[in-house]
Design a protein around this ligand. Structure first.
Ligand SMILES: NC(=O)C1=CN([C@@H]2O[C@H](COP(=O)(O)OP(=O)(O)OC[C@H]3O[C@@H](n4cnc5c(N)ncnc54)[C@H](O)[C@@H]3O)[C@@H](O)[C@H]2O)[C@@H](O)CC1
Ligand SMILES: [K+]
Length: 483
């Protein structure tokens, strides 16, 4: 099952569906117990709990209530707890009484020496940045911050990180992940999901991410009856004689991603074959031979020839991926793809997205990518640190790259080759896009090892990453029976 991320409204609906558990405070007690468990684990791992000092920053709502009940548990374990109340008149009364009753102290500011700070300014009820008074409390905090539900100052639904916001070492959330846990993952630190006994309903048009196990399970591998054709032949249209780089990278990525056949069309045919002799490369589309999917666009130019190729390919009934220059051509004439019934995947970066949609992506990335996918009636993959893939029906798959090393020239060409070969193997465009983004991100991490990389290094890491994924998730290959 993909991991689902909920909007604040969906979280509230799921909480309300628990009835008594919400009304009688059971959910909050469970949430608090989860926060306390995580904090105790952190303190234990760094020298023990007794006598350690924890600061709590408490806002006006139930998020503060969670932390105060957690503070009461910590205080009973001998942790010295000090709480700063940002809204003393509206602090959660039950939580405050429990905190005081367990020996927790109320202070005007965080003590000079604390071992850990709990951020309970706001949870899913928060809007906008941290207020200046809250930001002042966090200024100068250098110890790890454990965020209750979410790092305050980050929008729960859009993941927008406001200027004044918390950067958490750990985020403890309850019952289900919220959108921001994917969309603003780099600010959440390690995310711990605590079971509080609420069951979110599945929303088909929600936000999801694929686990590594799912990516491994869906990755096309040849079966006993397969040959080079049955696994899907991808046709790459990219690059030019003068600029062969995109052609070589996209073709190489297609060769690396699946063991089906790769065809190439373009004036860089000779250069492609010199790097990858297994590619069947021709200059003209008319000579290309049969493919099961096309991946068109990187470095192909934006002139009449590109338009002709796109017209021909998009008029057919095969799956098509369009990237880079191909997107620039489509932006001039969106009817080339609008309403196309065969699987279609557009893979813009933010600039290409703006050209296609007529407006910048804006703060609400899921909404923007959903709107473009719905408008054109095709699947759209918006590149970025958090890649989002939206279907026309509004389902979105996200992938946090875990690093930004893939922000390098040519990395997009590699993604095109990977996703194109997955389309040729028959994966649905959103799954092809999400799986490709995941392997691409893992390849960047593996290639980098902490140092800058170019796209060639990323490409070289694609195969070992696929191998590791499959081995780690039960996809190891069989053996040869002898004798
Ligand atoms: N309802 C429940 O029983 C449960 C709620 N839970 C917790 O409750 C949270 C939601 O509680 P609430 O709905 O009370 O909302 P929050 O506690 O997230 O915050 C709402 C309050 O903060 C104020 N506020 C909004 N933005 C602000 C900002 N930028 N700076 C300062 N104050 C701001 C609002 O005026 C409001 O008073 C969840 O995130 C979760 O932590 C959990 O305990 C699970 C169970
Ligand atoms: K918080």
């Amino acid at each position: 099952m993909p991991i689902q991320y909920l909007t604040a409204d969906a979280v509230r609906a799921a909480e309300h569906a628990t009835g008594d558990l919400l009304a009688n405070g059971t959910l909050m007690r469970r949430a608090a117990a989860g926060v306390a468990r995580v904090v105790l684990g952190e303190l234990t791992g760094t020298g023990g709990c007794y006598g350690r000092a924890v600061g709590l920053v408490i806002g006006a709502g139930n998020n503060g209530g969670d932390a105060l009940y957690a503070g009461a548990i910590l205080a009973r374990r001998g942790v010295r707890c000090s709480a700063v109340l940002l809204a003393p008149d509206t602090t959660h009364s039950g939580g405050l009484a429990a905190f005081r009753g367990a020996g927790g102290r109320i202070t005007g500011a965080l003590p000079d020496t604390v071992d850990l700070v709990i951020d309970a300014v706001v949870g899913i009820g928060g809007t906008g940045p941290l207020r200046p008074a809250a930001a002042a409390v966090f200024a100068g905090v250098t110890v790890p911050i454990v965020a209750v539900d979410l790092p305050s100052g980050i929008d729960a639904d859009t993941g927008v990180v406001h200027d004044r916001s918390v950067r958490a070492a750990i985020t403890v959330t309850f019952g289900a992940y919220r959108n921001l846990h994917l969309l603003a993952a780099p600010r959440c630190g390690r995310i711990v999901l605590v079971d509080i006994g609420m069951a979110p309903t599945d929303t088909p048009d929600g936000l999801f991410s694929l686990t590594d196990a799912e990516v491994a399970a869906r990755w096309p591998v040849p079966g006993p009856a397969d040959d080079k054709y049955t696994q899907g032949v991808v046709g790459i249209v990219a690059g030019s004689q003068r600029y062969p780089g995109a052609a070589i990278l996209a073709s190489g990525a297609a060769v690396s991603a699946t063991s089906g056949m790769t065809r190439f069309v373009g004036s860089a045919a000779e250069a492609v074959v010199s790097h990858y002799p297994e590619v069947v490369a021709v200059d003209d589309l008319a000579d290309a031979g049969k493919v099961q999917a096309w991946a068109v666009g990187p470095g192909m130019g934006t002139g009449d020839r590109a338009l002709d190729i796109l017209r021909t390919v998009l008029a057919g009934d095969l799956p098509v991926l369009v990237d880079a220059d191909g997107l620039t051509v489509i932006a001039r004439d969106p009817d080339l793809v609008r309403g196309r019934t065969a699987p279609t995947l557009l893979t813009p970066h933010a600039g290409e997205f703006a050209r296609l949609s007529g407006a910048a992506v804006g703060a609400d990335r899921p909404a923007a990518v959903r709107a473009l996918a719905a408008d054109l009636g095709v699947t759209v993959l918006l590149k970025g640190r958090i890649t989002l893939v939206a279907t026309p029906a509004g389902r979105v798959y996200g992938n946090d790259a875990g690093s930004s090393w893939a922000a390098t020239a040519g990395a997009g060409d590699v993604l095109t080759g990977i996703a194109g070969s997955l389309l040729a193997a028959g994966l649905e465009p959103e799954i092809a896009g999400a799986c490709a983004a995941r392997v691409h991100a893992l390849a960047a991490l593996r290639a980098s090892g902490g140092a800058p990389i170019g796209a060639s290094a990323l490409l070289a890491a694609v195969r070992p990453v696929i191998g590791n994924l499959r081995t780690a998730h039960g996809g190891a290959d069989g053996h040869i029976t002898t004798g």
